[in-house]
Design a protein. Structure first.
Length: 546
């Protein structure tokens, strides 16, 4: 055996081991539906060991883990995935679910930040893992070092693997991700890391919660790993406030008041040594704390909410990773694709490709074709750029203290810090470099005079990529969201290193609101890991206290 063969064999063995740790079945498993009830069918008063508000990306693995030994109630404001099979269970539904008109019951709730950016949040069992692009990649080392959470890294590894052997797959690369993969490497985003779930500088193919038949396997399927007889999931259940029992200076959560679709109020109470855990996301968890009287006194008083525990930081440090992208009309049929490939620079700019088919019902005067009209359907290839850890942040505040369905106002203050703007400029210049690569040549059109060039859906990048003012203007005018917003209940400010809410007992937060930076390229892997990780720690704490 020559040295080259040994190197190749070693590389293949390393990556094959990673593949073998992933999910192998691609069939949906709806076993969890045995534990799902409409909130209207549940008692008006009932006791459990644990109550989890939010059956989303973190809440589902947490519930499954705790149910091994204790009774668990999950309160989910949305419905279950089988209610929206075409929207949440296949790759075909990804674009549709994000664009669907919000009637108050759709799996994606639409809202607009005070910055004017349109955003969605999950409103379905499984949370945003049921409406996202499926990209699965673990957190970066910096996240662990700076998160403020007490980590046991062996337990972190085991928690990731617990998720991955159930719902994570190695994708077969589609045409557009393959092209971008070549372009990234040509543009210097190296090394080529092949297929990996790890956060690695360079270019890689990562995991997906979509299997290669296009079926989505979101966090909801992790419920199947729990003890279903100990688990009750209430759908269409809107948590209105946390119930607190107060003795002297001891403020303890004792339950949750929630309302069903018929408007009836229910009380779910916790037993001795139990806990209430908020997993309602970066919008829902700080909102519920504020509605329950945990937060800054002046704001609570302005809404006539009695102050239970003063904490000036609830709802603060809200941040969103700004996304900027270009959209290229492709001169050949290109099927839709979700996230499969990422380029990670040494400055932690992230480049990801997606593609879609855009339909038009009238001739297009874009000049894409010699006769000046376009087809009814155009293939559009998108290159998205974001960066980790924006320094700019904003806040979340209540609009109504009477109705939890009225969402709070949120401002993220994109690019308020000039360093964030500079990072966007750097990332979009890299996108400009990618357009100059050989890999991208096949996306150019030829006009009547034989000249070749890209056809963009406006706006396109400035012609002069070295002009700072033009690039900054492009970043500001095209900023949108990657849906990776976080903050509002930060570790060290609202919760401690074990995710307990400071100033209270029997109350934790387990979701993206605790993050001071979104982990890795996409946060869902880390959120699912944390649900499992914290659940195991809570079981260990209960066992040690016996």
């Amino acid at each position: 055996m020559g040295p080259l063969f040994l190197v190749v064999l070693s590389y293949f063995f390393h990556h094959q081991l990673e593949v073998l740790a992933l999910a192998t079945s691609s069939d949906y498993d709806f076993s969890y539906m045995k534990s799902v009830y409409n909130a209207t069918d549940l008692p008006l008063k009932e006791e459990y060991d644990y109550i989890i508000v939010g059956g989303g990306t973190g809440g589902c693995p947490l519930a499954a883990t705790l149910s091994a030994n204790y009774s668990v109630l999950v309160l989910e404001r949305g419905s279950a995935p089988p209610s929206y099979p075409q929207l949440v269970l296949t790759t075909d539904g990804v674009l549709g679910v994000l664009l669907q008109e919000d009637d108050g019951k759709t799996p994606a709730q639409r809202f607009t930040s005070e910055d004017g950016v349109a955003i969605v949040r999950g409103r379905v069992l499984g949370g945003s893992s049921m409406i996202n692009g499926g990209f699965y990649s673990r957190a970066d080392d910096q996240f662990y070092n700076e998160s403020g959470i007490h980590w046991d890294m062996d337990a972190v590894e085991e928690a990731y693997q617990w998720v991955e052997d159930t719902i994570v797959f190695q994708p077969n690369l589609l045409v557009w991700p393959s092209i971008v993969r070549e372009a990234l490497l040509e543009a210097g985003v190296d090394p080529d890391n092949g297929f990996s779930l790890q956060h690695l500088v360079g270019t890689k193919t990562s995991g997906s919660i979509f299997d290669n038949e296009g079926k989505r396997h979101g966090a909801v399927e992790l419920l199947n790993k729990g003890k279903l007889k100990n688990l009750k999931v209430a759908i269409e259940a809107y948590a209105e406030r946390i119930i607190f029992s107060s003795k002297a200076s001891d403020v303890s959560a004792s339950g949750v008041v929630y309302r069903d679709s018929k408007g009836r109020a229910h009380e779910a109470l916790i037993r001795d040594k139990g806990e209430v855990i908020l997993s309602a996301g970066a919008i829902g968890s700080p909102q519920l704390l504020l509605l329950s009287g945990v937060g800054p006194s002046p704001h609570l008083s302005s809404h006539k909410v009695p102050v239970v525990s003063e904490n000036p930081d609830v709802g603060n440090f809200m941040a969103d990773n700004p996304r900027n992208n270009i959209n290229i009309v492709v001169p050949f049929a290109l099927g839709p694709s979700v996230g499969q490939v990422v380029g990670i620079t040494r400055d932690f700019n992230y480049i990801e490709p997606v593609s879609s088919v855009t339909s038009f019902s009238f001739p297009q005067p874009f000049g894409f074709y010699p006769n000046g009209t376009g087809p009814l359907e155009l293939s559009v290839a998108t290159i998205e750029e974001k960066f980790s850890g924006p320094l700019s942040s904003g806040s979340l505040r209540l609009v109504s203290s009477a109705d939890v369905k009225v969402g709070p106002t949120v401002r993220f203050n994109y690019f308020k810090d000039p360093k964030d703007l500079a990072r966007c400029v750097k990332g979009m210049r890299l996108v400009g470099d990618m357009l100059k690569t050989d890999a991208m040549e096949r996306l150019k059109f030829q006009d009547l005079k034989g000249a070749e060039g890209f056809k963009f859906l406006e706006p396109s990048l400035p012609r002069n990529l070295s002009d700072d003012a033009s690039m900054e203007a492009f970043c500001r005018s095209t900023v949108t969201t990657m849906w990776h917003y976080h903050g509002g209940c930060l570790v060290g400010k609202v919760v401690d290193g074990d995710l307990r809410v400071v100033g209270t007992n029997s109350l934790r937060v387990v979701d993206g609101s605790i993050f001071n930076a979104s982990p890795g390229t996409n946060p869902q892997a880390t959120l699912m890991m944390i649900g499992r990780y914290i659940g195991l720690r809570m079981l260990q704490e209960r066992e040690a206290a016996k």
